[in-house]
Design a protein around this ligand. Structure first.
Ligand SMILES: [Fe+2]
Length: 371
């Protein structure tokens, strides 16, 4: 599906066409949306176009299935006909699931929608990311939790058909969040590039994202409009890349670091990939990609090229230098924590990785990643 991208910088008149003929929309957003310019625009819609806005913010980070069930109940009760999602990963995840589940049978009790086959629907869906990182607005994946277990809900029809890129929202993001979300996007692009599932199309998205992130990093961190707008698009392209390939070992290994040490997702995944990349360069002989060792070597060189380096070895050094310059703290792990970490990695994600990683290797890598 081709998504329509609407770029804005605090001015939203181009959205009028999308809203004008709708009677009732559900707005899925976090609790801090009042600070955003887009909120003032949305608040005027009832007067301007006679639209009813049903706001849904009753969900937490790492949203639960029950929150989605509640959202669907309200969506149906209020006869909403479209969904607008504004936020980071959690708001997107909830909105995607509300869209997918709202046309299924039953009321969703006892996890029933998790086992039903999703029937694609055409409920209009507009998404506006509030960080340049997850790329969730470009992917068919969403994650929710049922009985404390992670559930991946995946379907093409949960992709928003319209995306609003508002660089204005990045201006007020705290520095650490700006840095970590940017690194999440960079790691999506890099992992997708070397994924065994990569295609010509996905690699083109990855390359574009890596080059833009490296070129615009300083402008984005200095909070210029140009830097912010470019980083939003880079994160979107990195999202398009992982929509095709999914992520690999860097992401598989970062989740436990995030929950164990409380660091941001992008911070943790940056720490993992800055070690993984140079390690892979030295261990290409363990390649599992059916396209072969020579292919993988070439890919690792292409990633380096996108990072602005002449070969994979200097590419690895540049990535490490880039991460170090951001000042991310490296957590200290105890012997018990290392034990827990090495068995925490999702084997499905490892299957996407082009180099064989057994438990012993994963343990060794964690000892290189952490202190
Ligand atoms: Fe990520």
């Amino acid at each position: 599906m081709k998504q329509e991208i609407i770029s804005a910088n605090g001015a939203y008149s181009r959205l009028d066409v999308w809203f004008r003929k709708k009677k009732c929309i559900m707005l899925v957003c976090g609790k801090s949306i009042e600070k955003q310019n887009i909120f003032a625009y949305i608040q005027q819609l009832p007067d301007r176009f006679g639209i009813r806005i049903v706001r849904f913010s009753d969900f937490e980070p790492n949203p639960r299935y029950e929150s989605v069930v509640n959202g669907v109940r309200i969506f149906r009760r209020e006869s909403c006909e479209a969904i607008v999602a504004i936020g980071g990963g959690s708001a997107m995840d909830v909105a995607k699931c509300i869209k997918l589940y709202s046309t299924l049978q039953g009321d969703g009790k006892n996890g029933e929608w998790l086992t039903q086959v999703v029937v694609p629907n055409h409920i209009p869906f507009l998404a506006m990311p509030t960080t340049a990182g997850t790329g969730s607005e470009a992917t068919r994946f969403s994650v929710i939790y049922y009985e404390n277990k992670k559930q991946s809900v995946t379907d093409d029809s949960c992709l928003p058909e319209t995306v609003l890129m508002d660089s204005n929202v990045l201006r007020t993001l705290p520095d650490y969040q700006k840095k970590s979300t940017m690194m999440d996007a960079l790691c999506h692009a890099i992992e997708s590039y070397w994924s065994v599932n990569s295609t010509k199309e996905s690699r083109a998205y990855s390359k574009d994202a890596i080059q833009t992130i490296m070129k615009q990093m300083n402008a984005y961190l200095a909070n210029t409009d140009e830097g912010n707008a470019a980083m939003l698009m880079a994160a979107h392209y990195a999202g398009k890349a992982i929509n095709i390939t999914q992520t690999t070992a860097g992401h598989a290994m970062c989740y436990k670091i995030t929950s164990m040490f409380g660091c941001a997702h992008g911070h943790a995944t940056a720490l993992c990939n800055k070690v993984l990349y140079p390690w892979m360069v030295e261990n290409v002989d363990r390649c599992t990609d059916p396209r072969g060792i020579a292919y993988l070597k070439n890919i690792l060189n292409e990633i380096a090229d996108a990072l602005g380096c002449r070969d994979a070895r200097s590419g690895g050094e540049k990535l490490a230098k880039t991460v170090d310059a951001l000042g991310f703290e490296v957590p200290i792990a105890s012997t018990e924590q290392y034990e827990e970490l090495k068995s925490s990695v999702n084997p499905v994600r490892l299957k996407n990785h082009p180099i064989l990683l057994d438990e012993e290797t994963i343990d060794k890598l964690y000892h290189m990643i952490l202190r």
